[in-house]
Design a protein around this ligand. Structure first.
Ligand code: ADP
Ligand code: ZN
Ligand code: MG
Length: 485
């Protein structure tokens, strides 16, 4: 019988993040994605004989930023190396990467595991390298080659085998993605592959100190698929061991449609890359001055921004976590708080109404039709009693379609809240007269008809009556009726 609780899974991730530099890592071709094949190329990124690569300074600075943000040591000296292999989409026959002297080493990220405990995941190294081109296999027997991607800058972030479940791996990956996005060094898009991960998975009996044989999973293009692929592989490996078989070290490709992973290449085909120091590039020297300058460009990171939100705005940790999920949302919220002092109300509106709409419309935060200043004005109208919360939602819906000023919308549509108790009293009298049966129930002590009357009055006022004044006045009116009786 299979008892999965006697096994422990061990996971290490290798993450490739495509850097948002304007140009490629060793030439001046644009690094941006384009659908026209083979246009962003030059002799350098095509690897013609005799050309010389020149290192992109911005790429180095981006690597310093992610290294610092993940608590790594940034090495003053690092070295590029040639990783030699043949592949049709690699015209040079080698990839320029880093080997024994990467730019950053020995860092960590902290994640929260399912049991709520903080776990520290070691980061072995972060290095810089160039991407290869793309082989496109979808035209029958032929394979097309697009070399636009050749020479696109990547950082590879290699973790220690410190994760113990698929959930932890996803938590680590999400944290890393949030960081690169905050730093503005990578767009973090997993579907398009600008942020991708290979997952190394092994299992061992609980309490054992040696690691088991690992396999490597590739081709997962969402968090969901990373989680599914790892869980699939854990079960497969447990199955093998339970059957008295052995795990074979190999690379597996995840098939999202079949929800299964299939071997890609076995150990006998394992590469020998014959790494050697890249003779056409100097070692990378990072002076203390350059390092300090680059570190000073790092924006406030999610963790500290979250803590600052809790302290400064006195909002719950949960709110602060949601609001600092991305830099754009956090910026939006902070701008709303410039106009309103009720920070919790601002938080509710951003979390529920704004993020709800952003998800529904699938818009970017920066392109959201209601500016933070306009939302701020709307919230001021609620706070000073000009409109009710309910009406505010209607006004917000208007603002979404034309982005106009909430005060104008309120005026034009005659939505001002009715707080005049005389006017409200008239409404109440009318409703009470119309419902003698309910009034009788009230006399008989059925207090729940109060809610019935409030509902009717609110409806009659088109949602504009101030609910607090309605409640107070209703009690007065009903008491009077009772006394008269
Ligand atoms: P390789 O020599 O196959 O490239 P590395 O030691 O360089 O292996 O590790 C590559 C990745 O695999 C790292 O992220 C590391 O944490 C992870 N890893 C190494 N050994 C194991 C293991 N036994 N189980 C799970 N992951 C592992
Ligand atoms: Zn080029
Ligand atoms: Mg390795």
């Amino acid at each position: 019988m299979t008892d999965s609780s006697i096994y422990e899974s061990v996971i290490g991730l290798e993450v490739h993040a495509q850097l948002l530099t304007r140009t490629k890592i060793f030439c001046s071709c644009p690094a941006e994605f384009t659908t026209d094949p083979n246009v962003n190329v030059c002799p350098v990124c095509l690897g013609h004989p005799g050309v010389l690569p020149v290192l992109n300074k911005q790429a180095v600075e981006f690597a310093i930023m992610i290294g610092t943000a993940t608590n790594c040591t940034v090495n003053n000296n690092s070295v590029f190396a040639r990783k030699n292999y043949f592949y049709p989409d690699l015209p040079k026959g080698f990839q320029i990467s880093q080997y024994d002297k990467p730019i950053c080493e020995n860092g960590f990220l902290e994640i929260r595991s399912q049991d709520g405990e903080v776990r520290r995941i070691g980061i072995t190294r972060i290095h810089l390298e160039e991407d290869a081109g793309k082989s496109i296999h979808d035209s029958g027997f032929e394979t097309s080659i697009d070399v636009n991607r050749c020479g696109t800058p990547l950082t590879e972030i290699v973790s220690e085998p410190d994760m113990r479940s698929a959930e932890e791996a996803v938590a680590y990956l999400a944290k890393l993605r949030q960081l690169v996005q905050y730093l503005g060094i990578c767009d973090g898009n997993m579907e398009e592959g600008s942020f991708r991960c290979d997952a190394n998975v092994s299992i061992r009996k609980r309490g054992e100190s040696n690691y088991g044989t690992k396999t490597e999973l590739k081709n997962m293009n969402s968090f969901r698929n990373v989680e599914k692929a790892i869980n699939y592989e854990i079960s497969r490996q447990i199955g093998l061991l339970e059957d008295g078989k052995k795990v074979v070290q190999q690379t597996m490709l995840w098939d999202a449609d079949q929800e299964a992973a299939f071997p890609m290449r076995g150990k006998e085909e394992a590469h020998d890359y014959r790494y050697f120091p890249e003779p056409d590039l100097m070692p990378v020297f990072i002076s203390q001055v350059w390092l300090n300058e680059t570190v000073s460009k790092i924006p406030e990171l999610p963790e500290s921004r979250k803590n600052r939100f809790v302290e400064k705005f006195r909002i719950p940790v949960y709110d602060a976590e949601v609001l600092t999920q991305s830099r754009e949302v956090a910026d939006y919220y902070e701008q709303v708080t410039n106009s309103i002092e009720d920070y919790k109300m601002a938080s509710n509106w951003v979390m529920v109404e704004v993020l709800g709409k952003v998800n529904e419309l699938k818009t970017k935060m920066t392109e959201f039709p209601v500016s933070p200043a306009r939302l701020g004005s709307l919230l001021v109208l609620i706070a000073d009693g000009t409109i009710s919360n309910k009406i505010a939602k209607e006004v917000f819906a208007h603002m979404l379609t034309d982005g106009s000023d909430p005060i104008e919308i309120v005026k034009q549509n005659n939505l001002l809240q009715i707080s005049d108790s005389g006017q409200i009293r008239l409404l109440i009298e009318k409703i009470v007269d119309l419902h003698p049966a309910q009034l009788q129930e009230y006399f008989e002590g059925k207090d729940k008809v109060l809610g019935f009357f409030v509902g009717k009055v609110m409806k009659e006022s088109g949602g504009k009556a101030n609910p607090q004044i309605v409640n107070e006045t209703l009690k007065e009116v009903l008491t009077k009726h009772k006394e008269k009786k």
